[in-house]
Design a protein around this ligand. Structure first.
Ligand code: 0X9
Ligand code: ZN
Length: 306
């Protein structure tokens, strides 16, 4: 049973999802979207108050990078808030449909708990028989301008892009889940840490998307709501411009191929250098509370989109 005062394991997160669905069957349904390389179910939670499947939708994932523990913790906190406090703010479920994949690199996540705390990639051994290195950076493995810079050919590198686009079980499962609802999905948010950035595509080029001004304006409104809670500052801009080039990230594919206009990468707390990925668990609830405020703004705007 999760209380968000600590970081939880894969099994706890899966149990949370199924228990929430059992308690709130009118609002929550859980399915397996597919399996990871090591055979873990990759759960997809649909949060909806019914309708004919044509409401505008929001797709959220977390945990593509194993060591970024605050991401699944914050996203499960938001799921709980949406559902358990539905009566206090019914519009956030009545007016949009939500799709959440709270832990999309479960093998890497477990390995970061049991073996190597700062593990980043998935856990499939690479195909080169002369190399013992394990893992592909799933956020370099999506098939839009794949392998066009900011990723590595070296399977031992932390940013290894894999042998081809969508070579990995996990990136394929996420791709197919996003694709299934893409025609009505207005916002895709992939939650990472750390640095406190609200990032837009593109990762593959420093050029900005045609609709960057609209993307920026919505991000600014969301960040303002987040900052209003505790003063936590976020920077807004394109991944390449604010951080570094990286081809093959999920948000580039979600926008460039799936056509989801408001596709963002969110880098949660903190700004380092002391904690970084090792964010103390007493920051989970504050992170959840402030990020929920930003998600409310996204939902209010998505609900109004044509
Ligand atoms: O390098 C990454 O994959 C992300 N940073 S992290 O420290 N969480 O690994 C940044 C991706 C940003 N790229 C785009 N938004 N395109
Ligand atoms: Zn990350």
């Amino acid at each position: 049973n999760m209380t968000w005062d600590n970081y939880y394991r894969y099994d706890d997160i899966v149990e949370f999802a199924y228990e929430l669905a059992a308690t709130y069957p009118q609002l929550v349904s859980v399915s397996s979207a597919g399996q990871s390389y090591e055979g873990r179910e990759m759960i997809l939670m649909k949060i909806s108050n019914g309708g004919d499947g044509t409401k505008n939708a929001i797709f959220v994932d977390a945990g593509i990078h194993a060591r970024e523990w605050i991401a699944p913790a914050t996203v499960t906190y938001i799921i709980r808030e949406l559902v358990e406090n539905y009566a206090a703010h019914p519009q956030y479920i009545d007016d949009v449909d939500w799709f959440f994949m709270p832990l999309i690199n479960p093998d890497g996540y477990e390995f970061s708990h049991t073996n190597v705390r700062l593990w980043r990639k998935n856990r499939r051994p690479n195909d080169d028989v002369n190399s013992t290195c394990v893992g592909t950076d799933l956020n370099r493995n999506f098939g839009y301008h794949w392998n066009e810079g900011g990723s590595s050919d070296n399977p031992c590198n932390e940013m290894y892009h894999g042998p081809e686009a969508f070579s990995e079980a996990e990136s394929k499962v996420v791709r197919d889940a996003i694709w299934a609802e893409a025609n009505r999905t207005k916002s895709y948010m992939t939650v990472h840490s750390y640095g406190q950035y609200w990032l837009t595509p593109w990762g593959y080029t420093a050029e900005l998307p045609d609709d960057y001004d609209q993307m920026y304006a919505l991000a600014a409104e969301a960040v303002a709501a987040l900052t209003a809670v505790y003063g936590t500052q976020y920077e807004i801009g394109s991944g390449t411009v604010l951080l570094y080039p990286n081809s093959g990230p999920s948000d580039d594919w979600a926008k460039g191929v799936a056509g989801i206009p408001y596709s963002y990468t969110i880098e949660l707390r903190d700004k380092g250098p002391v904690y970084g990925f090792l964010l103390p668990p007493d920051q989970i609830i504050p992170s959840g509370i402030e990020t929920w405020e930003a998600f409310k703004v996204i939902a209010e705007n998505v609900a109004k989109m044509p």
